[in-house]
Design a binder for this molecule. Sequence first.
Ligand code: FMN
Length: 183
Amino acid sequence: MSAPILVLLAHPELRHSRICRRLAQEARARPEVEVRDLYALWPDYVIDVEAEQRAVEAAARLVWLHPVQWYSMPALMKLWLDEVLLPGWAHGRGGRALQGKELWPVLSTGGHARDYRPGGRHGHDFADFLRPYERVAALCGMRWRAPMVLHGAASIDDAALAVHAREFVHRLTAPVPAGPRGD
Ligand SMILES: Cc1cc2nc3c(=O)[nH]c(=O)nc-3n(C[C@H](O)[C@H](O)[C@H](O)COP(=O)(O)O)c2cc1C
C-alpha cells in the first residue's frame, strides 16, 4: 500500500505506550494515511531498505512519530535514517527522492515544557534538541514543518490527550502546501 501521507511510527514498546499508540490509532483510521510501525515491521533491526524507499517515494508528507528517548529518537528510527536515506537517493549527487516532501516530527516527552529551557532541568529549549532533525530535512531538500510536541506525557489526562489527538489528525490530514522548501 502507498499513501500521500506516511507516518513512520517508532516506539520500542508500543503496548506500553499511551501517547504514540493513540496517535497512531487515529492516523490508521484515515484512508489517505499509511502508518508504518517500524518496530513491528523490522523487529530484528533488518530493514528492507527498498520497501521503505518505495513507501517514502509515494508520500508527500513524511511524519516521524515517536517518543523522545535520551533527547533523541529511538534506535530503530535512527537506523532507518542510516540505512534508508542513502547518498544518491536521499542526498548527494543524484539524490533527489525526498526533494520538496514535507517532514513533520510528532513527538512526546516525559519532561515538562517548563523544564526545557536554559538553566532548567533539561538545560536547553526543546527546539535545540531538534537541530539534527532539521538538518536532515535540509540536507535532503525536504520542507520542515514545525514539530508537534506533547510534553509531560505522564501527567496528561484523558481529556487533554483527546484534544491533542484531535489536533494531530487535523494537522496530519491538512493539505500539504506546495512551495519552496525551507532550510
Ligand atoms: C529509555 C527512555 C528514555 C527517555 N528519555 C527521555 C528524554 O530524554 N526526555 C524526555 O523528556 N523524556 C524521556 N523519556 C520519556 C518518554 O519520552 C515518554 O515516556 C514518552 O514520550 C511517552 O509516550 P508514550 O506514551 O507513547 O510512550 C524517556 C523514556 C524512556 C523509556
